[in-house]
Write a protein that binds this ligand. Structure first.
Ligand SMILES: CC(=O)SCCNC(=O)CCNC(=O)[C@H](O)C(C)(C)COP(=O)(O)OP(=O)(O)OC[C@H]1O[C@@H](n2cnc3c(N)ncnc32)[C@H](O)[C@@H]1OP(=O)(O)O
Length: 506
């Protein structure tokens, strides 16, 4: 089995669409189909179940007419039923040329759902395959509930496979329909069918109910499966199917004798598009495609990467069209900040770096997530506050806001070493703060306070986090206007910080 080619069949548009709450539009299905074949370069696509709806028929028509032009109609597959020809009529109308015929792979399903004997079922299947052939439709056959069949009605499964392998079919599709297999059983069952039917093409279709989807797929390949059914982002019925991105990474890194055509660099792009169209959110810790999986959070990791990429593994983000990131927060050390500064083309001396790191850790302690885009604002705020000599310190304050009462502030201010206190009310918390400040100034200083003439609050431009809020205040003293800024996770506090800066520069 050296250099053995494994076919990758993507069933995002069929089984993936069986994710509860997901329904792709006609144009979304066409866009995804094109991307899967042209950029991701999977071998085959299952795009729908027959007879489902008028919208599904229109989507299949659009995809088959595009595939006909591209000369890849043989890569487009539709799940059909043993229904006396109704599905075949639907296929003909839709212009599809490969059916994946859903048949019963366990005696339990055959007896209780179709309520037929094996002989009746085989006769119906034979008729279906022959009818399809007269319309130039090729047939792959699903043995639905095959994994249960292997556990509980193996005699039936082999009787059926004896019959099926004598029919004119392209591939036999072996689903673990209910996601019940362990990796050991998957290996054992696939080995059994492989040994008994050495020339038959077998696909394995794994579900993820026990989170064993990827492990089972790996064992199926080792046992000799010829093809795999996968979905983007692991979408699919119940807990979903084996996820495309993880499986491709596993094959490329651990099953080096297996050949696949999938372009791993396109995985992230396709995953994001499917996420957008389906509304099915990718968990942030989903291997390969999750938002967090290439982010180093711990300071020790960033330090190790600085020294000799000590915390890299083979899953390099660039392989998948992504980039490594270094998170900013409570667990950041100087190395995390350095990595982000390098990216932004900024540099700080050791003392500045220490202060900026401290500020980020403080924000992290308040559960704030700081983005790389916040960094320049934090640096400017830390260095700016540092550059100003602090004659006046806003030492303590209580901001009161209660329904049916006027907002109020008690303020303690230190001016050149002496502490003063005042209480005032206002129209809002900051207004109350300013009124308390005015009282103190009137009593203890000969200076006038500048007039507040503009007050703007914003999330720092470009920031992708909600960690910071910037208040920009324009003041007027005599004829001179000037601006101070305050940065904090709290809006009122950021305004108070801007005010404290003003007090120290007038
Ligand atoms: C493993 C999988 O995920 S298989 C996924 C199969 N795909 C789908 O189910 C697609 C969505 N399904 C549908 O749109 C509908 O169920 C349809 C159009 C297929 C059928 O709809 P309805 O005629 O309303 O039937 P309903 O959904 O109530 O029941 C399914 C029928 O299919 C029968 N059936 C089950 N398996 C098969 C099969 N492999 N071949 C033929 N018929 C089957 C059932 O016995 C039942 O028949 P009954 O009504 O005579 O008892």
């Amino acid at each position: 089995m050296i250099g053995r080619k494994i076919e990758i069949m993507d069933t995002t548009l069929r089984d993936g669409e069986q994710t509860s709450g997901v329904s792709f539009s006609v144009s979304e299905k066409l866009t995804i189909a094109k991307l899967l074949l042209e950029e991701l370069k999977v071998d085959r696509l299952e795009i729908a179940s027959a007879r489902v709806s008028e919208g599904e028929l229109q989507a299949v028509k659009k995809i088959t007419s595009w595939a006909l032009e591209q000369k890849c109609l043989n890569k487009i597959e539709v799940l059909t039923f043993v229904d006396g020809g109704k599905s075949i009529d639907w296929m003909i109308d839709a212009g599809a040329k490969v059916q994946n015929l859903l048949t019963k792979g366990s005696l339990n399903h055959l007896t209780h759902q179709l309520k037929k004997t094996p002989a009746q079922h085989f006769a119906d299947i034979k008729a279906n395959i022959e009818l399809a052939a007269t319309h130039d439709i090729k047939t792959n056959v699903y043995l639905e509930d095959w994994s249960n069949g292997m556990r509980n009605s193996k005699e039936y499964v082999f009787e059926y496979l004896d019959f099926l392998t004598a029919q004119k079919t392209e591939r036999v599709l072996l689903p673990d329909t209910l996601g019940i297999l362990t990796h050991d059983e998957t290996f054992k069952f696939i080995t059994e069918v492989r040994e008994k039917y050495p020339t038959t093409h077998f696909d394995f279709h794994g579900h993820n109910d026990y989170d064993l989807g990827v492990a089972n797929v790996m064992e199926a390949i080792k046992a000799g499966a010829n093809g795999l059914h996968l979905t983007i982002n692991g979408m699919g019925e119940r807990a979903g199917n084996a996820p495309m991105a993880s499986v491709i990474a596993v094959i490329n890194d651990f099953l080096k004798d297996v050949k696949i055509t999938v372009n791993e660099k396109a995985l992230n792009k396709v995953s994001k598009l499917v996420e957008t169209f389906s509304g099915f959110r990718i968990p942030v810790n989903k291997p390969v495609v999750g938002a967090n999986v290439f982010t180093q959070t711990a300071g020790i990791h960033a330090d190790g990467d600085n020294k000799n990429n000590l915390y890299f593994n083979d899953l390099m983000p660039e392989r998948f069209g992504r980039k490594r990131k270094y998170a900013l927060g409570k667990t950041s050390g100087k190395a995390n900040i350095q990595k982000n500064l390098q990216d932004l083309g900024l540099s700080l001396n050791d003392e500045e770096l220490k202060k900026v790191t401290q500020r980020i850790i403080e924000l992290g302690d308040k559960k704030e997530v700081v983005s790389q885009e916040d960094l320049p604002y934090i640096i400017s705020d830390v260095l700016d506050s540092d550059a100003i000599e602090k004659r006046v310190v806003v030492e303590n304050y209580v901001l009161g806001h209660a329904k049916g009462m006027k907002p109020s502030t008690t303020l303690q201010l230190i001016v050149e070493g002496v502490q003063y206190e005042a209480h005032a009310q206002g129209d809002g918390q900051f207004d109350a703060f300013m009124n308390a400040l005015k009282k103190l100034y009137k009593t203890h200083s000969k200076k006038d306070l500048p007039k507040l003439i503009d007050y703007a609050v914003r999330i720092p431009p470009g920031s992708h986090s909600d960690a910071l809020c910037e208040t920009i205040i324009t003041w007027k003293l005599e004829e001179k206007e000037f601006i101070t800024r305050g940065l904090d996770s709290d809006q009122t506090v950021s305004a108070i910080k801007a005010t404290e800066k003003m007090l120290n520069i007038i």
